[in-house]
Design a protein around this ligand. Sequence first.
Ligand code: PAF
Length: 275
Amino acid sequence: MRHWSQARRREGASLGFVPTMGALHEGHLSLVRRSRGECGATVVSIYVNPLQFGPGEDLERYPRPLERDAALLDREEVDALFLPRREEMLPPGFTTKVVPGPLGDRYEGRSRPGHFAGVLTIVAKLFAIVGPDRAYFGRKDAQQLALVARMARDLDLPVEIVPCPTVREPDGLAFSSRNAYLSPGQRTSALCLHRALERARAAWAGGERRGAALREVLRQGIRAGPEVALDYAAVVDPDTFEEGEGTLATALALLAVRVGSTRLIDNSRLDSPAQ
Ligand code: PAF
């Protein structure tokens, strides 16, 4: 992989990188298209990273439709598909980890201990191997995006992190590889995430600026039932992810909801057009 990147660089190409865990959907493809539009060559990696799954999570059943993914990337005319093997990424004796800091302990980090250390460690390693000029991340994983951007800044990694809009199905459900786990009924229930975010956006547009009131709008939008359980609903500062109290000037609404056994996340900036 490194030799390939070096060769493209010698030819004068800038390198765009889209790290993924596969089971590709329109969200991933939008990152690929953005990279193809902005960079001379685009690399996509597929690696289901065991470090970012906790005990009892879905590592084993995570979808791995490799042939379909490769065909999709072929159609997008991606220049390279990087498929590192587990023993290359995590050879025996591998112990080093990237420590995310306090932002990594909130929300997703609290619900999934160790998750962000696992993400950042593998993303740092992928950056070191691929050597991209730009790396593309979706806003749907807002906390991951913020942490990767912070890691790149804190460690002076020579890569520009490019945030990209969340891509949604026509009815508003954000694309996610985990949507594949949902039964038709659960998929309908899962629309409550987008609906709750839209209600919070409407409240903001109507002049509501109190963090606690906006949080309540979110919570009310997720009606718990046999198939739906709220993990967290929060309204935070978009940069620090600290919970907004009092009157807010900017706000990012965050949701994590369990639909059946599938955990889904979504978010929306309340103070700017839908992203
Ligand atoms: O967002 C993902 O798919 C993963 O967290 C990533 C960035 C590929 C790291 O494993």
